[in-house]
Design a protein. Structure first.
Length: 402
């Protein structure tokens, strides 16, 4: 499935003011950007619009300011970094109300190819509620709207959706296009065998993802904390492992669904256990490896075991498409990262198209040094998960179809 949305390749922006929603929600420490991946990811679209003679007005949220403007959530450091990366001036319109005197003046003075960055859209309380007058104010700055913030596309906010009530000339940027083509192809028209791997903490967070992916994939692998609820649903003793007792019936239903659809559902066969959750999370911990039938009542499963690492790696070997979301264990701890590393390695070694859902699995793959071995690492955790659930993302739906 190719994205059937108008893209920046289909529009003429020469001399026009283009409002671009990007995802500049970068990690900051003491006002310094610690990782500029999200800025880099937005560059292709920004450069394209500059080259086409557009007047590029960028907007984004940063962090979660609770009660309006807060200096620590200012996009000022992003403007500086962006100017360095682009090699041209970026005018930062520092208005507490986002669309204020500075923004209006900066936009009025723009020439073709200029770039203005607005202040954090969440400085306005309407933003996350998608309310007026903010949507209208944002829209009043421009004639064209480009959505390129995949990481925010699952939210209907003023800057991701509301503006399109006022601006009808809309398009997606290259980052959105790339994300949706990878995730969309994987889920809708995967080259088979298609193996989906899910991990992470809780079953409850991924109910719809499990159900939707079971229908689409050939093999569904479940690891991480959520595997123990499945194991308990099979009647196994899981000790002190993370379990959601309210989801036992759900897990049974999913195992039945896999059977009925003739899909392979792989669960851990052994596990790395410890007396308790590591505290601090990356502190030293004494572990042992046991089969999932032999978890002592006073122990906690914190990673997949060695036999499971092999089982999962084998399942991935002949795959043609692999989607992975969620770590296999408490990967923040070096002793409990082995399962996640083994899966990352297996993905790095297969010639399948490998797609990493954002969030923790993306962080794990990058942190473990496997990033350049993957076909695609999504920039959106929540957004990619909702996409894998089969949901229509509001930030995509509002953009004009081709
Ligand atoms: P999620 O945000 O749902 O992808 O979950 C990621 C978190 O799940 C990470 O912080 C892991 O430490 C945690 N996690 C993975 N496996 C386990 C486990 N067996 N027990 C407890 N937490 C886990």
């Amino acid at each position: 499935m190719q994205l059937n949305k108008v893209s920046v390749d289909d529009i003429n922006v020469k001399g026009k003011k283009v409002l671009v929603r990007v995802d500049f929600n970068v990690p900051l420490k003491d006002g310094v950007i610690t990782n500029d991946n999200r800025i880099t990811a937005a560059l292709p679209t920004i450069k394209k619009l500059i080259a086409d003679g557009g007047r590029v007005i960028l907007c984004s949220h940063l962090g979660k300011p609770k009660n309006g403007p807060e200096e620590k959530f200012s996009l000022a450091p992003v403007a500086v970094r962006l100017a360095e990366l682009l090699g041209q001036d970026v005018v930062f319109a520092n208005d507490d109300e986002v669309v204020g005197e500075n923004a209006k003046k900066a936009v009025a003075e723009m020439k073709d190819g200029d770039v203005v960055l607005l202040q954090n859209t969440r400085f306005r309380k309407e933003e996350t509620k998608n309310l007026e007058p903010f949507s209208g104010e944002l829209a009043s700055l421009a004639e064209v709207f480009v959505m390129d913030a995949f990481g925010s596309a699952h939210r209907a906010h003023c800057s991701t959706a509301g503006v399109t009530d006022h601006i009808k000339d809309t398009a997606v940027g290259y980052l959105m296009q790339k994300e949706i083509n990878y995730l969309g192809n994987a889920v809708e028209t995967p080259v088979r065998p298609f193996v989906a791997i899910l991990g992470g903490a809780k079953v409850a967070d991924k109910l719809n993802v499990i159900s939707n992916l079971l229908e689409k994939c050939d093999t569904l692998i479940i690891g991480g904390g959520m595997a123990y609820t499945f194991l308990k649903a099979q009647g196994k003793e899981v000790g002190k492992s993370l379990v959601d007792d309210t989801k036992l019936d759900y897990c049974k239903e999913m195992m039945k669904k896999a059977d009925m659809l003739g899909k392979q559902l792989l669960l851990p066969v052994d596990t790395t256990i410890a007396a308790s959750f590591p505290d601090p999370i990356d502190g030293p911990i004494e572990v042992s490896n046991v089969d999932v039938d032999a978890i002592p009542a006073d122990m906690e499963g914190l990673d997949i075991g060695t036999k499971t690492q092999e089982l999962f790696a084998e399942a991935v070997k002949n795959a043609k498409t692999v989607v992975w979301n969620g770590p296999m264990g408490v990967f923040e701890n070096p002793t409990l990262a082995a399962g996640t590393i083994a899966v990352a390695k297996a993905l790095a070694e297969t010639d399948a198209t490998t797609i990493i859902g954002g969030g923790d699995s993306a962080a794990a793959v990058i942190q473990l040094g496997f990033a350049d071995k993957m076909s695609h690492i999504s920039t959106g955790g929540g957004a990619s998960l909702e996409y894998l659930e089969g949901k229509t993302l509001p930030g995509i739906a509002v953009i004009a179809d081709k």
